[in-house]
Design a protein around this ligand. Structure first.
Ligand SMILES: *Cc1c(COP(=O)(O)O)cnc(C)c1O
Length: 390
């Protein structure tokens, strides 16, 4: 396998190249051009004295391992983990905590994370304070003697508020807090939180990493061997692993991550500027707009603005009319796919949030969230223009 060694790329290799040449892109046994699908639940012990590297698929599977190594490399962490969904990845990370612990969390966090923390973890006696993380002072004020972790989503969901990651991790380290970041919206192409001091990066790989609205998956990457051992114990103990076929499908999707993100982001910038000038729209949320309050901080920590644009149509009636009239986007929950997806947070992703809480967090009844796909931008704009007409 000395030849294989020679194929190792230098750490300076660009992201686009590493996406394709990630280490397991060629099967070393046969030279096959993709990671083999090891569709097996268990592995033969040829010798009881020398147990096989893999022994049972919940504990380890070579196809899933290739995916886990792939995301760890892209995020710059020490070890990756693949879960059956974004929520199982996130809930596994919270299982590192114990009863009596306290968490500080971004207030306009993904609706499912809000539900997990407020209805399930709370029953396990793990308490959460939701704060506006654009203000480090608000985070500091939420600290209690039993605070053990900080969970951040930046840009947040769906109003795309920005948290200064470095400022947050510097503070968290002083108090020995575990820091977790949901990097679903940015992906490692645009934002690599471990380089900014985050301990655990989480993904709903259902979105941009998978990229085709055809699979449900979650990924986690840790920044140390000790955290890796602890999270491995949880993944194996809970058994919430990603299946073999879905692991393979996710690897396939991730190879085109940069090509898709670059294209969609370019369109999203045009869409945000167009919406910002449109008389039917009262407010646009996109970190790439000059009037976005978090733009400078976002630019400091990310290489792009992403492909999600949220905007306020002014009322529930207006939002519903647009949803009924658009012809290009899928009207659906979810984001980050080859096709554009238009969602209505108040009735979809954030339906779990009580109305008053939702309004407090800027998730108004007229708010729509557009995840820009790979359609031609002119068609996307023309479609929205006709949908906005009164
Ligand atoms: C979709 C999503 C999740 C949950 O992921 P699933 O794969 O649906 O379980 C978590 N965080 C963010 C930001 C998401 O968009």
């Amino acid at each position: 396998m000395g030849d294989n060694q020679e194929k190792k790329l230098s750490p300076q290799t660009n992201f686009a190249t590493r996406l394709i040449h990630f280490g397991a892109e060629i099967d070393t046994h046969t030279g096959a051009s993709s990671v083999p699908l090891y569709q097996a639940s268990t592995f033969h012990h040829y010798s009881l004295d020398n147990p096989p590297e893999y022994d049972y698929t919940r504990s380890g599977n070579p196809t899933r391992q290739a995916l886990e190594d792939y995301i760890a490399m892209l995020e710059g962490g020490t070890r990756g983990f693949a879960f059956s969904s974004g929520m199982t990845a996130i809930s596994a990370a919270f299982m590192l905590l114990s009863a009596g612990d306290h968490v500080i969390c971004t207030e306009d966090v993904y609706g499912g994370t809000y539900r997990l923390l407020s209805t399930i973890m709370s029953r396990m006696n793990i308490e959460t304070t939701f704060v506006d993380m654009t203000q480090i002072e608000a985070v500091k004020a939420a600290w209690k003697p039993n605070t053990k972790a900080v969970f951040v989503e930046t840009p947040s969901n769906p109003t795309l508020k920005i948290t200064d990651i470095r400022e947050l991790t510097d503070w968290a380290k002083e108090f020995g807090l575990l820091t977790m970041l949901d990097n679903t919206f940015m992906t490692p192409y645009h934002q690599r939180p471990i380089e900014l001091g985050i301990d655990i990066v989480l993904h709903s790989a259902t979105k941009f990493l998978g990229g085709h609205s055809d699979l449900l998956a979650g990924l986690a990457v840790v920044n140390s061997d000790s955290l890796g051992v602890r999270l491995k114990q949880i993944q194996n103990g809970l058994g919430n692993v990603l299946g073999v076929q879905d692991s393979w499908l996710l690897i396939r999707g991730m190879k085109t991550l940069q090509a898709r993100m670059e294209f969609s982001e370019k369109s999203a910038r045009v869409l945000a500027e167009w919406l910002d000038k449109h008389p039917a729209i009262t407010q646009v949320f996109y970190p790439g707009l000059p009037n976005h309050p978090g733009r400078a901080i976002h630019e400091k920590q990310s290489l792009g603005y992403g492909a999600v644009v949220s905007f306020d149509t002014g009322s529930e009636e207006n939002a519903k009319r647009v949803l009924a009239r658009v012809k290009i986007p899928l009207v659906a929950v979810s984001l980050g796919a080859v096709e554009s997806i238009l969602s209505y947070p108040a009735m979809m992703s954030h339906a779990a949030m009580p109305r008053e809480v939702r309004h407090q967090r800027g998730i108004t009844d007229g708010l729509l969230r557009y995840s820009v796909g790979l359609e031609h931008i002119d068609d996307i704009l023309a479609d929205l223009a006709q949908a906005f007409e009164k």
